[in-house]
Design a protein around this ligand. Structure first.
Ligand code: 6PG
Length: 236
């Protein structure tokens, strides 16, 4: 596990964007699972601003989770990604594998699980992403696996239907089986509201065992935390 700490969330976005751009330049085919959230949004803006001219034609974008809403809904991770990145770079539409939030959630979890089986190379007979990008909620959730249903992490399925604990909104999420089989995992976590959970998870203290983010341990060993100073203030 690597922990990289930068002064501000803008610095996190710049440094992670450089990390991602280097991967894009150095890899023949790149299969990436994207995340929703405020930090990825800043990353997408930075990529659109500084790396629009990169050759994105060999990059395939998937999602680690999606809200069960229309792709035109303000809640849609896909919509956010189109607005902040995909509408600003040249990338073939066939390289975009969105979770279809408008579908019946259970059916979509099955459909997307099959997409991962079909489209991704496999390692240990499990679909493997080159990179999974994750955020972490204030409650320690990641992707859309929440503490109140942490058992979903260990599902045998590639994707499951999860429920947001406060809003009751249904989500389709990849599971620990997929996340921990990724070649690389990048955690993008910024803001003072994350500091307590970051400390518990990285130091293995307090209620760390209750947080799905604690369970992110890629078999490859290549987990990189990209933190700003606020999120890292209890581990410096
Ligand atoms: C989502 C994200 C979710 C997000 C965390 C952190 O669909 O909302 O996948 O897991 O990464 O909630 O979000 P922030 O970066 O905005 O704190």
């Amino acid at each position: 596990m690597q922990v990289r700490i930068y002064p501000t969330k803008q610095d996190v976005a710049a440094k992670f964007s450089t990390f991602l751009a280097d991967l894009v330049k150095s890899t023949k085919i790149l299969n990436i699972a994207l995340s929703g959230g405020s930090t990825p949004k800043i990353v997408f803006d930075y990529l659109a601003e500084n790396y629009a001219d990169l050759d994105w034609s060999h990059v395939n974008f998937y999602w680690g989770d999606e809200r069960c809403v229309l792709p035109t809904d303000s809640e849609s991770n896909y919509k956010m990604t189109v607005k902040h990145l995909l509408s600003k770079i040249e990338i073939p539409s066939e390289n975009i594998f969105r979770i279809q939030g408008e579908n019946d959630p259970e059916k979509e979890a099955i459909r997307y699980s099959a997409v991962l089986e079909k489209e991704l190379p496999s390692e240990f007979k499990i679909p493997q992403f080159d990179l999974v990008i994750l955020g972490m909620g204030d409650d320690g959730h990641t992707a859309s696996i929440f503490p109140h249903e942490i058992e979903l992490w260990d599902s045998n399925e590639n994707c499951v239907v999860a429920v947001h604990p406060d809003s009751g909104q249904k989500r389709v999420s990849i599971t620990g089986k997929i996340i921990n089989n990724a070649e690389k995992v990048a955690f993008l976590v910024t803001g003072a509201s994350k500091a307590e959970k970051v400390q518990e998870i990285i130091k293995k203290t307090g209620n760390f065992k209750e947080y799905p983010a604690t369970l992110v341990k890629p078999t490859s060993g290549k987990l990189i935390w990209f933190l700003d100073k606020d999120a890292a203030k209890n581990i410096r």
